[in-house]
Design a protein around this ligand. Structure first.
Ligand code: IPD
Length: 283
C-alpha cells in the first residue's frame, strides 16, 4: 500500500529525544566526576578566578568540562560545544547542534561544601534550545526536557505552580559576581521583598529554573546570566509550562540582561513589579 507522501517523507530533522538522552547520560557521568573531585576542592583548591575575586574556577569545573567535551566528541563528532570554561568551538551552521554546557553550575556552593550545584547541558539548534538535562551530583536528581515532549524529574512529569497571587509567591533570584551589579540587584530585591511572599537565593541558576518547573519556586529572575546558566533549565521550565523570558531583546523594560521565569499567572505581575522598582537599570 502506498503511504501518503506527507507521512512517508515527514522525518523529524532534529532528534530531540535522542539529544535529551545524550544530555542525561553525559551530565550523569560528569556529575559523578564532580562529586569525586569535590573532596579535593572544598575549602581550598580555588584554582583561579575569572570576572571578579569571587568568580572562582576549580579543578572540578575544568575536569568536568573536559569530560563533557570528550564524551560529546565521541558520541556526536559533528556537533559544536559552548562551555563556561573553554568557550566555543566554532560558529554553528544551519541545523547544526551546539551543546551549551555549564560543567558545574553553582561553583561557589561547590567550593563551600553546599550540596546545591549541578551539571547542565543544553542542545541548541538554530539559536533555540531543543533538549537538555540538569543533573545534581549530590542528590542524584535528574531534570530533563525535549522541545515539545515535556519536562521530567526522575520520570515524574513537571508542571509549574498555579499560584496567581504575587503577595504569596516564593521568588528565587541570583546575584552576580561583579560587586557593583550585586549591590544594584540587592537594592531592587530590598524594594520588592515586602511585596512578594518570600525570597530564595540558592546560588545555582540552573536548579532555580528546575525549581520553577517543579513548582517549588513560583518564579525566578536574575540579571546577567550566561547562556550556559539558563540553557537546559530554561527549556525544562518552559516545557513545564513556565513563561520564560531570556536575555537579549528588552520588550518589557526589564533590561537586555534579564532572565525571568515564572508560573504563567505570575510572570506579568512580577515583571511589572520589578520594572516599577528599577530592575531595568540593574545591568
Ligand atoms: C552562577 C550561579 C549563580 C548565579 C550566577 C551564576 P556558576 O553560575 O548560577 O546562582 O547567581 O549569576 O554565574 O558561576 O556557578 O556557574
Amino acid at each position: 500500500m502506498n503511504r501518503s507522501p506527507d507521512v512517508a517523507h515527514r522525518v523529524d530533522p532534529v532528534p530531540v529525544e535522542e539529544l535529551e538522552q545524550i544530555a542525561v547520560d553525559v551530565a550523569g557521568e560528569t556529575a559523578a566526576l564532580a562529586l569525586a573531585v569535590r573532596e579535593r576542592v572544598v575549602g581550598r583548591d580555588r584554582l583561579d578566578t575569572k570576572s571578579s575575586a569571587t568568580d572562582v574556577v576549580t579543578e572540578g569545573d575544568r575536569a568536568c568540562e573536559a569530560l563533557v567535551r570528550e564524551r560529546l566528541a565521541a558520541t556526536r563528532p559533528g556537533d559544536l560545544v559552548l562551555g563556561e570554561e573553554e568557550g566555543t568551538s566554532g560558529t554553528p551552521g544551519p541545523g547544526q547542534v551546539r551543546w551549551v554546557v555549564d560543567p558545574i553550575d553553582g561553583t561557589v556552593n561547590y567550593t563551600h561544601g553546599l550540596p546545591w550545584f549541578s551539571v547542565s547541558l543544553g542542545a541548541e539548534v538554530d539559536g533555540r534550545i531543543v533538549a537538555g538535562a540538569v543533573v545534581e551530583p549530590v542528590s542524584g536528581r535528574v531534570w530533563r526536557a525535549a522541545l515539545g515532549h515535556g519536562a521530567r524529574r526522575d520520570g515524574e512529569t513537571l508542571r509549574t505552580s498555579t499560584l496567581d497571587e504575587l503577595a504569596l509567591a516564593v521568588i528565587g533570584t541570583g546575584l552576580g559576581y561583579d560587586p557593583g551589579r550585586r549591590a544594584r540587584q540587592a537594592a531592587v530585591l530590598a524594594r520588592i521583598a515586602g511585596r512578594i511572599g518570600d525570597v530564595r537565593r540558592t546560588g545555582c541558576a540552573s536548579l532555580d529554573l528546575c525549581a520553577v518547573a517543579a513548582g517549588w519556586l513560583d518564579g525566578f529572575y536574575e540579571h546577567g546570566l550566561h547562556a550556559w546558566d539558563h540553557a537546559a533549565g530554561g527549556l525544562i521550565a518552559a516545557e513545564a509550562g513556565a513563561v520564560v523570558r531570556l536575555p537579549g531583546a528588552d520588550p518589557d523594560g526589564l533590561g537586555a540582561e534579564a532572565t525571568l521565569v515564572a508560573a504563567p499567572a505570575l510572570a506579568g505581575p512580577l515583571t511589572e513589579l520589578l520594572v516599577a522598582e528599577g530592575a531595568g537599570g540593574i545591568a
